[in-house]
Design a protein around this ligand. Sequence first.
Ligand SMILES: NC(=O)C1=CN([C@@H]2O[C@H](COP(=O)(O)OP(=O)(O)OC[C@H]3O[C@@H](n4cnc5c(N)ncnc54)[C@H](OP(=O)(O)O)[C@@H]3O)[C@@H](O)[C@H]2O)[C@@H](O)CC1
Ligand SMILES: Nc1ncnc2c1ncn2[C@@H]1O[C@H](COP(=O)(O)OP(=O)(O)O)[C@@H](O)[C@H]1O
Length: 313
Amino acid sequence: MQVVDLALAAELAAQGRAPTATRLEDLDVRRVWPVPDAPAHKYTRGVVGVVAGSVPYPGAAVLTVAGATATGCGMVRYVGPAHVREQVVAAHPEVVAGGSTQVRVQAWVVGPGVQDEDQSARVREVLQAAAAQDVPVVVDAGALDDVPDRVPATVVLTPHAGELARFLSARGVPVERSQVEAEPVRWAREAHVRSGATVLLKGAVTLVVGAGDESCAPVLAQGPAPAWLATAGAGDVLAGVLGALLAGVGARSDQPWSPGVIMRAVAAGVHVHGLAAAHANPGGPVTSPAVAHALPGVVARLLRPTGPRGRES
Ligand SMILES: NC(=O)C1=CN([C@@H]2O[C@H](COP(=O)(O)OP(=O)(O)OC[C@H]3O[C@@H](n4cnc5c(N)ncnc54)[C@H](OP(=O)(O)O)[C@@H]3O)[C@@H](O)[C@H]2O)[C@@H](O)CC1
Ligand SMILES: Nc1ncnc2c1ncn2[C@@H]1O[C@H](COP(=O)(O)OP(=O)(O)O)[C@@H](O)[C@H]1O
């Protein structure tokens, strides 16, 4: 394949305009990725807190944790009901489970498989405390209903089109899933402008909007990932990936989070999640655990100096 530069960026710049959407490539992702240095210990690499799963959906917690551990963080702390805790620790003995939402972490993931009041109460505790502490929170699935009216850009919403439609409709913007699918950029921007959150709208191409307060807010568009990735639990794995990345980036910096840094970190996570699906079984079906399993190898190939995807160059 030969890539031909159409010089559109230069043409737009000459007209004083910017592209609607841009995409992070392998090299951009490599620059964002938190790589441990020689003196690192687990707390300098970042701790991810996870509030996920419920009695009907224990698997969502296991998959979220799988995404976080496979992405490479210093530690995952799981907070949830005893029945789910047991399953998480059985699948991932490295996880520290049993604490409360008061534990010290560098990023939270809340919501995958959350469907009971105790877990929802924990989600609200996290959202309240983390905003005050400038700690990022990835908010997925069942936690989207608990997001306050206004939040900082450190709150990263990760809806699919149906969840985004519900999120906006609950905020007085009645919109159907089909409308979101038809105009994803428009509705992702709308959700960002209304809430203040970074909005990551999942789909064949995943959009990230998190900076700018206008209807022309910049968009990162990652993809396409293989359509085989459209399988139950793939979004739960992604939530874990995002939490681990944000914890890792946060642990390496003493600067306050900026919307642009959040956007690039989560777009990097989406890129790697898509690559993991492609590498798990090129051209064929994948399961969500297989996507998580492929992550460490994909990250290693990406970071290898021989070439963006590990090819000799
Ligand atoms: N292993 C685990 O523990 C997993 C747990 N998971 C957890 O489950 C929770 C709910 O997540 P979700 O995405 O399913 O919820 P939601 O946005 O309400 O979508 C429902 C929409 O789908 C549609 N629909 C349903 N069935 C359909 C059908 N057969 N064919 C066609 N359409 C169908 C339905 O349409 P309707 O029936 O209303 O017409 C409605 O519009 C969430 O917490 C997540 O984390 C998942 O991550 C998976 C792995
Ligand atoms: N057609 C598609 N092509 C590529 N990736 C897709 C496609 N549809 C969905 N995905 C990806 O699969 C994942 C599905 O996540 P989600 O809808 O939250 O499912 P779940 O709740 O079952 O985990 C997301 O990362 C999304 O971007």
